[in-house]
Design a binder for this molecule. Structure first.
Ligand code: SF4
Length: 334
């Protein structure tokens, strides 16, 4: 039985798999999204301010984009290994060889939303850089054609591959309200199609969406528990300026969660979460502070994970303590 305070951290998963720490390099490959380019909608999800969760997209926003995938990776590795904490761009010298292992994280917007030949070019470029042992690709559940899945299947056999799927909520009424442009059934289908090809799957959720109370957020966990998922990312809802969500917020149509409420709901979600699901993230740590309207509370990820651990210890609890079902077939991690 796990000790109180335990939850299945991504670092522990990597340690089991690689026997060392693995670092993720956030990348902006210049993709767009069908929910913004007019294919489904021009408005996007009502909360969407991509730079808030993607440092690489923030760079694009500030006009600093244009670096190739290789260059973005090398610069990250150089900063990370030569001068930890230094966020200034630096050009690695020609003889720079990384000592650590990394995943190339295609993070900004929808990273399977391009012709397959272009996707292949970009993913290959990342895998050619020394130190890259795999890919993590974030996308929407409706951007996974059969051709894209075939491509990903090939990578899953060659390298470590995570596919990160945005869902945010398992309730269709909420998905409509936030203008996701897809249903829970589409997400479910994407998970089942992808999993059969041996890809590690991670779901992204947001707590505190308009119209949702504690019970709906817990129900989202119960629903996804039955799917063959491998990982989960939790975020608190954040309101950014110049988003449709800002209007709803200013009209007092909803309120954001306090730190205490978010912590309570998150720990309750962890208690019912399937124990084999790896927790990639507990909190959104916004980078676009100047445009964030709410909430006003802030916490670093490190500090917040200590709060979660303390709360679980106080409850004498841990991830999956209240989970009753079985692990879906094929998800046992060896
Ligand atoms: S799917 Fe992602 S990138 Fe597209 S609008 Fe929604 S949050 Fe933004």
């Amino acid at each position: 039985m796990p000790a109180p305070g335990w939850y299945y951290r991504l670092s522990a998963f990597f340690k089991e798999k690689f026997n060392e720490k693995i670092y993720k390099i956030p990348l902006d490959a210049g993709f767009s999204c069908p929910n913004r380019d007019g294919t489904l909608s021009t408005k996007g999800c009502i909360f969407c301010y991509n730079p808030s969760f993607s440092p690489a997209a923030l760079l694009r926003e500030k006009g600093g984009a244009g670096l190739s995938i290789r260059e973005q990776i090398l610069r990250f590795q150089f900063r990370h290994e030569k001068a930890p904490g230094n966020t200034e761009p630096g050009t690695p010298p020609g003889d720079f060889i990384p000592r650590r292992k990394y995943l190339a994280y295609f993070q900004s917007y929808s990273n399977t939303y391009a012709p397959v030949a272009r996707l292949k070019e970009l993913y290959e470029e990342a895998l050619q850089v020394p130190g890259i042992v795999g890919l993590s690709i974030a996308t929407r559940p409706d951007c996974l054609s059969r051709e894209v899945l075939e491509l990903l299947y090939g990578y899953a056999r060659r390298c470590h591959l995570w596919l990160e799927l945005g869902l945010q909520s398992a309730h269709d009424a909420t998905l409509r309200l936030i203008n996701r442009g897809h249903s829970y059934a589409q997400f479910r289908e994407a998970v089942l199609n992808s999993r059969s090809r041996g890809i590690y799957l991670c779901v992204h959720l947001i707590n505190g969406l308009p119209g949702e109370g504690r019970e709906q957020m817990l129900e989202t966990i119960r629903r996804i528990n039955s799917l063959p998922l491998d990982g989960i990312k939790f975020h608190q809802l954040q309101v950014f300026r110049n988003t449709p969500l800002e209007e709803l917020y200013r009209e007092n149509k909803f309120r954001v969660l306090t730190l205490e409420e978010y912590l309570e709901i998150l720990c309750s979600q962890l208690e019912i979460l399937r124990p084999d699901i790896v927790v990639h993230r507990l909190l959104a740590e916004a980078t676009g502070d100047d445009v964030l309207l709410a909430p006003h509370w802030r916490s670093s990820r490190a500090l917040f994970s200590q709060l979660v651990e303390k709360e679980l210890i106080n409850r004498g609890s841990y991830q999956g303590k209240k989970y009753k079902g079985a692990t879906p077939a094929g998800n046992e991690k060896g």
